[in-house]
Ligand binder design. Structure first.
Ligand code: NAD
Length: 484
């Protein structure tokens, strides 16, 4: 039986075939034990009318090999096409996006020569669920869903990553000063899991100042773990400040399947010219080799690649007069790396990967006891655009409603309390959140809510959405309104 590991390979679009060929030539020369199942994805598939950009046989290949080395693809312009990356991530549960961002100074110019951080981004939840509704003439809603297991999985992964790769600190970034429940859950889970890793330093930064620090003092970060949207933004900021957008690789890792790629796109402007830098995809492939248990080959390739950079053999995108010694194309760059296999960089710290424990990282979630959940009220969202949008008029109308003690407590507009006793300066849209509870916040029944909705509807007021108000173990599990 062959000892070669079968992987799925897609040559992609634009510069994809050029950089994939260069990358596979380097892996081959370095002695990687690989067998390829080549699949077609991207533009050609989209244009055949497959809206995901991937045919069923591509999914079957991934299910079988569980490892995907993917070149960039071109997403056709216009509606109807779904992002192939998002489809692959969500279909195969690739919950962790891992992006190392490192400076290669002085060989690649950057203002931040000491940067060496890894961003670990939650990949499946948050606003990327894309659950959106237009609810009134003026207001649309995009649901941000954060789960406890989703948060725990990515946070554990970040700590396990730090342990495996000898990293010293994990920083969590959230906006839990505002989103106390959603981001608060992520932060709290981080604090809880951190206790299991006493040898790793931890801290937390609010995402806005955290992003500013990445742009100004990136060297203070080691591993960063964060939610999907924030991770998307900060990983581009981080790649930019290291000066290595064209060099960065990325891994999307799930419990079963993992996908490795470059962070850049298909670069249509330089397609076919033979000048693309294959380093981003090569760095993705190095992460893949570690993942599939071939760390010696990963090390050999990484060291030869760094030595090539040190020797000033640079593709056009990183070539600099005075700093570089030779401007090369894609194929020549690959040959230069191959010629240096077995050598180590003289100035940069050579790569070193764990050769003892080569099993892919996996995380196990903690068992949690079910908590006692009680229904103690409901927020009814209504569309209302009458009487000059005077909240007092709407409030008085809704005060007439009483479903076995379930009565109007307050109304907010875009989260700000406008009734009772709102401020006349508050700008009101046509979208109102009306909170109903009993006077003593007693436990209520779903039947009371149905009765309430009927009464609201009978008043000629259009309800557009409801959100139940719960307590868990007797603790309020919803946010208060601004001004409540
Ligand atoms: P891009 O990353 O393809 O190109 C941005 C700029 O960087 C261009 O000037 C390009 O020439 C240069 N560049 C990128 N990679 C390079 C390399 N390896 N060597 C030298 N120069 C390089 O971004 P874009 O132009 O915004 O997007 C082009 C296409 O790629 C779009 O269809 C987009 O949807 C797609 N895209 C795909 C992925 C992916 O498959 N993972 C990621 C991003 C963008």
């Amino acid at each position: 039986m062959s000892s070669k590991r079968k992987i799925t390979v897609a040559y992609g679009d634009g510069i994809g075939p050029e950089i994939m060929t260069a990358t596979l030539n380097i892996l081959e020369a370095a002695g990687a034990q690989l067998e390829y199942d080549v699949i077609e994805i991207g533009e050609q598939v989209y244009l055949k009318g497959v809206s995901s950009g991937m045919e069923p046989k591509a999914f079957e290949s991934l299910r079988e090999t569980k490892v995907f080395l993917k070149a960039p693809i071109t997403t056709p312009q216009g509606g109807g096409f779904k992002s192939l990356n998002v489809t692959t991530r969500t279909s195969f549960g690739l919950f962790a996006n891992v992006r190392p961002c490192k400076s290669y100074s002085p060989f690649i110019q950057t203002h931040f020569p000491k940067t060496d951080m890894v961003i670990i981004r939650e990949n499946e939840e948050d606003l990327y669920a894309g659950i959106e509704h237009r609810q009134t003439q003026e207001v649309v809603q995009s649901l941000k869903l954060i789960s406890q297991p989703g948060s725990e999985k990515i946070i554990r992964y970040a700590f396990e990553y730090a342990k495996k790769y000898g990293r010293k600190k994990v920083t969590c970034m959230t906006k839990d000063n505002i989103m106390k429940l959603a981001d608060g859950l992520f932060h709290r889970t981080f604090d809880e899991i951190a206790k299991e890793y006493p040898d790793i330093k931890t801290d937390h930064k609010i995402i806005d100042i955290g992003t500013a620090l990445i742009a100004d003092r990136p060297e203070v970060f080691d591993v960063i773990v964060t939610l999907n949207l924030y991770g998307d933004i900060i990983s581009d900021v981080a790649a930019q400040v290291t000066g290595s957008v064209g060099l960065g690789g990325s891994a999307n890792v799930g419990e079963e399947v993992a996908m490795f790629e470059a962070i850049h796109g298909s670069a249509p402007d330089i397609t076919g010219l033979g000048i693309a830098n294959p380093s981003g995809l090569l760095n993705g492939a190095i992460m893949m080799l570690v993942h599939i248990g071939q760390p010696e080959v990963a090390e050999k390739v990484a060291n030869a690649w760094m030595k090539t950079l040190e020797d000033g053999i640079h593709t056009g995108d990183i070539y600099q007069e005075g700093l570089s010694s030779k401007k090369v194309g894609t194929a020549e760059f690959a040959e230069a790396v191959i010629a240096r296999l077995g050598q180590s960089p003289a100035n940069m710290i050579p790569a070193s990967f764990d050769k003892e424990d080569t099993t892919p990282m996996n995380v196990k979630l903690k068992e949690r006891a079910p908590e006692k959940k009680e229904l103690i009220g409901v927020d009814v969202f209504v569309a209302w655009d009458e009487e000059g949008r005077d909240p007092n008029v709407l409030g008085e109308k809704l005060r007439a409603v009483n479903a076995s003690g379930l009565q109007l407590q307050l109304i907010t507009n875009r989260g700000v309390k406008v009734f009772p006793a709102g401020m006349k300066e508050t700008f009101c849209t046509d979208h109102w959140r009306c909170r109903f509870q009993t006077a003593d916040q007693a436990v209520i029944s779903p039947a009371q809510i149905l009765d309430l909705l009927k009464q609201i509807s009978d008043l000629g007021i259009e309800f557009i959405q409801t959100a139940n108000l719960y307590s868990f173990e007797g603790k309020r599990a919803y946010s208060l309104a601004q001004g409540e």
